[in-house]
Write a protein that binds this ligand. Structure first.
Ligand code: GZL
Length: 325
């Protein structure tokens, strides 16, 4: 084999990896299993906690982890998956930023014989053999929990009618679609609730602020009784805007959020938020346990949902452990 051909593959591969920003595997012992992980971004404390969970679990299993942060761009996730295929990783894991547009690249992964584990979010495809497993929340259930809390709260305060405004997550993402669907299913048919508006804050704190400002401009504080926000980052942004406008969140307005990051739980304890539906970012161990089974040729479940709970202003939160994200 000529010198060039000995150098060609590693050289091309390094160019591929550099192009998509994927780092070479970290911490895997020589010959260890290598997992290629395309993370969608770092938009929230939840996402940062999720990445840390994957890194910690890979290290604990002695696996190499090729991590790429797509910074909210689907095309970057697609190029990262292609680089994982070129590198011939053992397993590909990724958190799809939106549900559609994955069939081609996942077909390439299947052709290369590399199993794909979806983490955190689902894809919309007619061919579910394109992925081996899904590890993530039941977002419909999360939405239902939010709706069931609102019903409980309305009963407790004897509310006759409440105007609800929704600040939703990234459009066409599974958590956005299903947190909305679950919530609406839970409250539908109850004449006490009118959903006056749903606007997307893209799971970003800055856009949560923009949405809250826009809602106040259009409806005024007296026109909104409930905010249902799809993640804590947007909720924290909304709190800033409400308090700057002289509104007491949690008192003048019911605030329902999702995730369970520390800053939001602190706000719940302070009475500034009324309910947080937990969405755990700790998926790493679930994923790496499936990777271990795959590398041993064992069957794995198609779907794994982590245990999740709800934190509300009806609960005693004094003994709640630090959230870690
Ligand atoms: C949910 C996850 C969502 C979080 C947000 O599993 O996809 O994305 O709720 C994050 O904080 O941005």
């Amino acid at each position: 084999m000529s010198l060039w051909s000995k150098l060609a593959f590693p050289l091309i591969l390094c160019l591929l990896l550099a192009g998509c920003g994927a780092r070479a595997p970290e911490d895997g012992e020589g010959g260890a299993v290598v997992v290629g992980f395309s993370q969608l971004g770092s938009e929230s404390a939840w996402r940062i906690g999720n990445t840390a969970s994957m890194e910690k679990a890979a290290k604990a299993h002695g696996y190499g982890l090729m991590l790429d942060n797509a910074n909210q761009k689907q095309e970057k996730q697609i190029s990262a998956i292609r680089s994982f295929i070129a590198y011939q990783v053992d397993v590909i894991a990724f958190s799809p930023i939106v549900e559609t547009g994955w069939d081609n690249v996942l077909t390439e992964a299947r052709t290369a014989g590399i199993p794909v584990i979806l983490t955190d979010r689902m894809i919309d495809t007619r061919d579910d053999t394109l992925y081996t497993a899904y590890v993530g929340a039941d977002f419909l259930e999360e939405g239902r929990k939010a709706g069931e809390y609102l019903i409980r709260k309305a009963d407790a305060i004897g509310a006759e009618h409440l105007n609800v405004a929704e600040i939703s997550g990234t459009l066409d993402s599974t958590p956005m679609r299903e947190r909305q669907q679950g919530f609406m299913q839970a409250i539908e048919g109850d004449p006490r609730f009118t959903v006056i508006e749903s606007i997307s804050g893209d799971f970003l704190r800055s856009k949560g602020e923009e949405c809250m400002r826009d809602l106040l401009d259009r409806y005024g504080p007296e026109g909104i009784d409930v905010i249902y926000s799809h993640n804590d980052a947007m909720t924290l942004g909304a709190l800033d805007v409400l308090e700057a406008a002289g509104v007491k969140p949690g008192v003048d307005m019911i605030l329902i959020s999702v995730d369970g990051e520390q800053a939001a739980v602190d706000a719940l304890r302070e009475g500034r938020v009324n309910c947080i539906v937990e969405c755990t970012p700790d998926l790493g161990e679930h994923v790496m346990t499936l990777v271990e089974a795959l590398t041993q040729g064992k069957p794995i479940p198609k779907t794994t949902h982590p245990e999740e709970t709800v934190f509300t202003d009806f609960d005693d939160l004094s003994n709640l452990a630090p959230r870690g994200y």
